[in-house]
Design a binder for this molecule. Structure first.
Ligand SMILES: [Mg+2]
Length: 308
């Protein structure tokens, strides 16, 4: 695509320039939080943008590191926020892709110990991947007698609001076995909440376990390539005709760069234009890969280009 050929320009575009970018893309991949919606409010115009892209024959996918919901709940959320034409098959969350990785790539023969949330557990269940019991955390259980299930062959870390020292210790116990796989749903350090608050993300819990186990997790979510491979395995995407739209430079934009896609930053979420310019000045190749080809204020800016 034009952007990829012309280098990572961090070019603020509107109107006809957006139309040119969309004309070159057959597949449009959207991050969700900060792009499509913020919390329980759709970004203004986003439902219409998705509808018009599809009407123009584009294939639209939603690629999210948020592992807290199973795909069926995402469909409900899309519908609740006014997106009437989003199908479960178009939604690729880090929870869904982690389950697919364990089943199809790692072909894990045994149980998975999960530090996570109901969204992760439901996707593992739907994929037929057995999950180890969490175990008793009663007063008699300590680091000296933590029960370990000999059938556990993988540890998966995601977002867990009930994270405890005993879960960390149990996961460490499993990871003492070098054959035990160590996966993380996503690397996100934190997530914005309403009122300027934040919540720690999966990445912070993974960091605790990496430190304690002296091992590195295989990360499934963006910026790792696996989520694109997961979509490609089902829909046969041409990277050269695909556009990744996200609000976070170090995950969404780097993911796009890692997969050979054109990349677009939208300013309705976490990263700012100043952040992008700062990375552009960097000497580090990895930081330069976080610089988007294009920048828009909001995906609502697509409307003018799509309606003409
Ligand atoms: Mg986001």
């Amino acid at each position: 695509m034009a952007g990829a050929a012309g280098g990572r320009g961090c070019r603020m575009i509107r109107g006809a320039q957006i139309r040119d970018v969309l004309d070159a893309a057959h597949n449009v991949l959207f991050d969700c939080d900060g792009v499509i919606w913020n919390g329980e409010a759709a970004v203004a115009g986003a439902p219409e943008v998705v509808r018009l892209l599809k009407r123009r024959g584009k294939r639209v996918f939603f690629v999210t590191n948020n592992c807290t919901r199973p795909r069926e709940n995402y469909v409900q959320k899309f519908s609740r926020l006014g997106f009437t034409d989003v199908a479960e098959e178009e939604i690729f969350s880090s929870a869904y892709c982690s389950a697919a990785y364990l089943r199809d790539v790692a072909k894990v023969q045994g149980k998975v110990f999960v530090i996570g949330c109901p969204g992760v557990l439901k996707e593992l269940q739907d994929a037929g991947v057995p999950v180890a019991e969490q175990g008793d955390e009663g007063p008699d259980v300590s680091v000296y007698n933590l029960p370990l299930d000999p059938d556990v062959k993988a540890v998966l870390v995601g977002y867990d609001e009930r994270f405890t020292f005993m879960k960390l210790a149990t996961a460490c116990g499993y990871l003492r076995d070098a054959e035990c796989l160590f996966l993380a749903t996503d690397p996100d350090p934190w997530h914005p909440l309403r009122g300027g608050r934040i919540t720690p993300g999966s990445g912070s819990l993974t960091a605790a376990l990496e430190t304690a186990s002296s091992r590195k997790a295989t990360v499934i979510g963006k910026p790792s390539r696996f989520m694109f491979e997961c979509i490609s395995s089902q829909f046969d995407l041409d990277p050269a005709r695909s556009l990744m739209v996200g609000d976070r430079l170090e995950t969404d934009v780097l993911f796009g760069a890692n997969c050979g896609l054109a990349t677009m930053l939208t300013l309705t979420g976490v990263s700012t234009l100043e952040d992008a310019h700062e990375l552009q000045q960097s000497e580090s190749p990895e930081k330069k890969d976080c610089v988007p080809d294009y920048v828009v204020e909001s995906i609502a800016d697509f409307l003018q280009a799509l309606e003409e």
